[in-house]
Each structure stands twice: as C-alpha cells, then as structure tokens.
Design a protein around this ligand. Sequence first.
Ligand SMILES: NC(=O)c1ccc[n+]([C@@H]2O[C@H](COP(=O)([O-])OP(=O)(O)OC[C@H]3O[C@@H](n4cnc5c(N)ncnc54)[C@H](OP(=O)(O)O)[C@@H]3O)[C@@H](O)[C@H]2O)c1
Length: 308
Amino acid sequence: MLTGATGFIGQYLQKALLARSEPVKAVVRPLSANRDLLLCGVHSILADLSDTPQLISAIADCKAVIYCAGSVRGRNLEDFRAANITGVRSVVDAINRTGSEIPLLLISSLAASRPRVSDYANSKFLGEQEVIRHAKFPWTVFRPPAVYGRGDREMLPLLKLARKGIVTPVGPPQQKFSLIHAEDVAAAVLAWLESWPACREQIFTLDDGHSGAYDWREIAETASGGKYRPFRIPGSLLLAVAKANLLLSGLFGYAPMLSPGKARELMQADWLCDNESLTRATGWSPEIDLEQGLEKTFDNHYNQNTER
Ligand SMILES: NC(=O)c1ccc[n+]([C@@H]2O[C@H](COP(=O)([O-])OP(=O)(O)OC[C@H]3O[C@@H](n4cnc5c(N)ncnc54)[C@H](OP(=O)(O)O)[C@@H]3O)[C@@H](O)[C@H]2O)c1
C-alpha cells in the first residue's frame, strides 16, 4: 500500500513499483485534485488518512506499506499536521489493529534531524515519533535531503536559474547540502522492499553519493556548463519576504512555500547526509549524479520517451 502516490516522489514510486511488477494499492484522499496522476495498473482506494476502517481493509493483503504522503507547504504546525503527523499515526494504528507484521517505510526528511528549525521540520520529526513510539510491527524511516527531478515544483525554479549559471545563495558562504534524484529515492525504496528485515527499527539517510555534498558554485557550474553568477540574498531580506508571504497567505488563503520557517531551513550552514548505513543494509547505491539528474529533469526528448 502506498500513500502520497499522486505527489512528486509518489509518482516515481508508482512507476518503479509497477516496473518491478509489484501490485500497487494507492490510498488517495477523496478530494484529491490529482487522481489522474495514478498510473494505469495502480489500484486506487479513495480514503482519508483518518479513515481507520478503510485503511485496515486496504492494508490487509499487502506485502508492505510505504507512507509517502506529506505536506511540504504551510503557515504553521497545524497546516502540516494531517499529512505529516496524524496521518502517520492513523496508518500505524491501522497496521497495529491488523495484528500483522507488515513492514512500514516512512518517507520522512533530513529536516526531521533539526526539528527546531521550522514547523515543517518539527512535523516530520513528530511523524517519525508516531512510528517509533507506537508501531508494533517492523518499521523503517528514510530521511532524504532535497529531492529533485522532473515533476518537482519546489526546486525547479532554482534549477532553471542555475542552468543560466545564476544561483541565489542565502546561507553562509560555505553552505553545503546533499541532493538526490527522485529515481534514486524510488530505487532505494525497491531495495528496502527486498531487504526490510535488515532495516528494522532504523532511520536511514540517503543522497546521491556525491562526496562532500554540493555548494552553490558546483550546482551552477554543473547545470550551466561552467557559468557561476551568484546573486546573494541577505538572510534578513529573505526573512522579510517570507514574513510578508506568510501574511499574504493568511489573507488570500493559500499554503505558502516560502515561510519564515522555510527561510530558516534555506539559511542553515549545511544539510548533509550519506548512504553508508543504507547501502550496508540493502546493497542499494545511487546511480544518478547531478549532471545526469539535471539532464533527466530538463531533457524533453528523454522526458517524452521514457518518463511517461
Ligand atoms: N520533495 C522533496 O524534496 C522532499 C525531500 C525530503 C522529504 N520529502 C518528503 O517526501 C514526501 C513526499 O514529498 P513530495 O515532494 O512528493 O510532496 P508532494 O508532491 O507535495 O506530494 C504530497 C503527496 O501527499 C499527499 N497528501 C498531502 N496532504 C495529504 C493529506 N492531508 N491526506 C492525504 N494525502 C495527502 C498528496 O496528495 P494530493 O495529490 O491529493 O494532494 C500527494 O500525493 C513528503 O512527506 C516530504 O516531506 C520530500
């Protein structure tokens, strides 16, 4: 069973699971505007994440549960709660009530390692805690760093600028961060499906294996073929814009991507992780470096022919 199948990462998971001939049952909220993003061959179950009876019957004959639903935009902790915390608890309760040993993989985030930075980070941390404290079955948590690829809406504007060599560093000059392409996240999930007993009750990070992670110069030069035009944004300006956006989101009723919490995430000196433990446990290792990943993200020919 898969939650979040209609999201950016979820779509890569659908594709990878179907390619492996795994039957996929996707729990999709009845009011989802994205039901058309379910691939042919995916069995959909319309249910809210709070609908325990429906979840129990959906889980009953499943080999594993992959929780990939999540909110990545919001004004405050409440906005993140349903998908990142209570939804997780509800799925944990449903598996507990089946009394089975069905393994659960929670797609959390590297942000969960710093819950004080933002409401999003806190919600991911609290979601993990729901699993750690209440699951009576085998579980694993993945903490990916920033994930990119075709279909992503959050990083795409930045990557489009980077293709012109333009980057907008907002953190300290030596800021470093890990990245991973969504196809590699999906491949890691497949590896977990095969070897979850070796991953029981553990939290794993995963990245693209690039030693020392990335700085803005490397991203710009890789994306643009050598150009580097930094357009530094002072942290104070970013925070001011984020606060204004938060105000506007309250007035106009939208979920803001750029909030003061997101600004604080962007200003961290680093977001670093590696694959060592996950590779040891599953044998998985990433295959897509930044150059290839950007090609896959932007190459129309590739997209038209292979990423349907
Ligand atoms: N993207 C990244 O860079 C990144 C990095 C690290 C971790 N993650 C984590 O990976 C997960 C997926 O991220 P994503 O980028 O794929 O997000 P996304 O594109 O925004 O997709 C979110 C998915 O969750 C579903 N969802 C949201 N709120 C829900 C709710 N209240 N009830 C049921 N379903 C709900 C959405 O369904 P609808 O289609 O109906 O809206 C969608 O399928 C999240 O947990 C995120 O924290 C993402």
